[in-house]
Design a protein around this ligand. Structure first.
Ligand code: ADP
Length: 197
């Protein structure tokens, strides 16, 4: 099973993505974690993107696509399935990511949209900020990340609708309930055995 998680910050992509990855036994690739790991290890890439992450701005598409290419190749070796969280976030990433995936025989079966309204998301993210101390969970940075989601990421959804792979789940309920709904919709579109991965 190959899934792209799309949703605003705070919608629960991480939690639900982990659930899906465990359920289908596929790698869970969390782009925010990959980037934060580079920052923590002070790699050249990490030093280059730290300020962008702290401000809630997007990392350049070329940097993301290079990481996506590596992740896709590793996922192919690991059995061919994946859950991507946090990618694509721009139309350019969506299109170039699709080309990369096609070349590797790794095109997504589902784009799973987690939906929730902004005020709900801000409340959740501020609560998380109190626990996790992420550098980008201050209220003005949260609002910037949400604005970017609406401007830059949301337009991609229409493209997935056209391709017939978009599925939307209401993410406002408790995590367990959202998780049950997510697995129910994914089971309904599980790839045919010949392509199952
Ligand atoms: P959230 O979805 O809660 O905003 P993430 O952990 O997914 O947080 O991402 C954190 C930050 O990492 C983003 O604000 C952005 O700076 C960077 N980032 C993650 N994924 C991408 C991407 N696909 N394109 C550009 N920047 C990204």
């Amino acid at each position: 099973m190959r899934v792209l998680m799309i949703g605003p910050p705070g919608a629960g992509k991480g939690t639900q993505g982990a659930l899906i990855a465990a359920h289908y036994n596929v790698p869970h690739i969390v782009m925010g974690d990959v980037l934060r790991d580079h920052v923590a290890r002070r790699t050249e890439l990490g030093r280059g993107v730290q300020t962008l992450l702290d401000r809630g701005e997007l990392v350049p598409d070329e940097v993301i696509l290079d990481l996506v290419r590596h992740a896709l190749i590793a996922a192919r070796t690991a059995g061919g399935g994946y859950v991507f969280d946090g990618v694509p976030r721009t139309m350019a990433q969506a299109r170039a990511g699709y080309q990369l995936a096609r070349e590797l025989g790794m095109v997504a079966h589902v784009a799973l949209q987690l939906q929730a309204d902004d005020e709900h998301l801000v409340r959740r993210l501020l609560a998380r900020a109190a626990i996790e101390h992420r550098s980008d969970d201050a209220e003005e940075v949260i609002r910037r990340r949400l604005a970017l989601y609406h401007q830059v990421t949301q337009p991609i959804l229409a493209w997935y609708t056209q391709r017939g792979i978009l599925v939307t789940v209401d993410a406002t309920g408790p995590a367990k309930q959202v998780g049950r709904e997510v697995l129910t919709v994914l089971e309904a579109i599980r790839p045919l055995p010949a392509r199952a991965s």
